[in-house]
Design a protein around this ligand. Structure first.
Ligand code: AMP
Ligand code: MG
Length: 399
């Protein structure tokens, strides 16, 4: 059976021909958090003019060689206004932060260093060429690449693109993800479950997880546990970049999802991973799409999504795949099957000597509460049967 690491590596390798998805042009506001799909170059110099970085006086440094120099104040320049004229020889002008320097001026003195004597300005110290001036093109020269294709568009990058006058950007398309919940016992949210029935919840959890990972989810209607119902469900999923099913991949008599995928034309790459929760997970390619068969227990669904689907979605979206890892200490002793890697849902708290991983009250993969309110997965490695309280563990930090 594959280890979780080997399974993930195999999935990412199997998707290499699809990564990243093709670009699309979107308004700037929709580009945040996505991968840039073009080089972003400055059309002109940024800033486009020499600008003051202080409220003060613009002048020629050569006119103020020593403290006490006096210059007549010729005019005022406010931000957003063109200077009325070049600076007359031997004069200075009032200027404010962000305003363009008049022709002839080569520096600014801040107003705290200047006393006014009527129409004259008295300078408290010698001037220095270039002081308090943002030079034209000093941020970016015309033609210079500000952000290269592949860059993650964070808030600062969005500001940079706006400053360059870009109202829209080419970004990597978000993966379109079909989510197909399967199970005869499931009723859709909003309907009261009858005897033996439960409310379908994995689809909603997965839709939220897909969105968080940078994908566009479509939650399909529940498919029952019959070949015909599953075939209809998969037909509805066709045309998406990624198909995620939940349930029906284990060894029960009504676990028919893998057979249905194969009958629909998918090539399944592997089934089962040596892990808990989530062992019956399956993955394959379905033409240009990736198919992920997630086990139905709520914690199994979300842990396998986190380990296998999320990195795939991030890669498709052109985004970095990995979460931040850390090392922490177990807050309680744990026993486990030695042949499996166990992913323990934990809350992480700062503790003495580093992070402390507190396992959720229940780790039963069928409990909805075992999949809610954790901020890390603690990785309990294969080969170990018990871990003592305080044992160091690798943590995958979520969110
Ligand atoms: P399965 O993987 O189909 O054997 O399902 C394992 C367990 O997960 C069963 O108790 C199912 O009722 C439950 N389950 C399966 N799918 C869902 C779902 N979409 N929402 C909530 N529970 C589910
Ligand atoms: Mg089932």
């Amino acid at each position: 059976m594959l280890t979780p690491d080997a399974a993930r590596a195999r999935i990412l390798a199997a998707l290499a021909d699809l990564v990243p998805l093709p670009p699309e042009r979107v308004p700037l506001a929709a580009a945040a958090g996505r991968a840039l799909a073009e080089d972003l170059a400055a059309a002109g110099d940024l800033p486009a003019f020499d600008a003051s970085t202080m409220d003060g006086y613009a002048l020629r440094a050569a006119d103020v060689r020593s403290a006490g120099a006096r210059l007549p104040v010729a005019f005022e320049v406010f931000a957003g206004r063109a200077p009325p004229a070049p600076l007359p020889p031997g004069a200075c002008c009032r200027i404010f932060t962000g305003a363009p320097l008049p022709e002839g001026a080569d520096c600014v003195e801040q107003q705290e260093q200047v006393r006014r004597r009527g129409r004259q300005a008295v300078l408290a110290r010698p001037a220095e060429r270039g002081r308090f001036v943002r030079r034209r093109g000093s941020d970016l020269a015309a033609g210079q690449v500000a952000l290269s294709a592949g860059a993650l568009l964070d808030a600062g990058s969005i500001g940079l693109a706006a400053g360059l006058g870009r109202a829209d950007l080419a970004v990597v398309r978000r993966p379109r993800v079909a989510i197909l919940p399967t199970g005869d016992e499931l009723v859709p949210l909003g309907r009261a479950p009858g005897p033996g029935q439960i409310v379908e919840s994995n689809g909603h959890a997965l839709a939220a997880a897909v969105r968080e990972a940078g994908g566009e989810p479509t939650l399909l209607p529940i498919a029952g546990d019959s070949p015909a119902a599953l075939a209809r469900g998969l037909a509805a999923a066709r045309g998406h970049d990624v198909v995620i099913t939940s349930g029906g991949v284990s060894v029960g008599a009504r676990d028919l999802v893998r057979a249905a995928m194969a009958r629909a034309g998918a090539r399944l790459d592997f089934w089962r991973v040596a892990m808990r929760p989530g062992k019956p997970f399956t993955f394959g390619r379905w033409g240009a799409a990736a198919v992920f068969g997630l086990p139905g227990n709520p914690a199994s669904t979300l842990v396998t999504f986190e380990l296998f689907v999320r990195p795939a979605l991030r890669r498709l979206a052109g985004l970095p795949a990995a979460r931040r890892g850390a090392v922490g200490r177990l807050a309680s002793a744990q026993r486990k099957p030695p042949e499996l890697t166990v992913f323990l849902r934990c809350r992480v708290r700062p503790g003495r000597g580093g992070l402390r991983a507190e396992p959720l009250r229940t780790q039963a993969s069928g409990d909805l509460t075992s999949a809610a309110g954790h901020d890390a997965l603690a990785v309990l490695p294969a080969g170990r049967a018990r871990l003592a309280r305080g044992a160091p563990v690798t943590l995958l930090l979520l969110g």
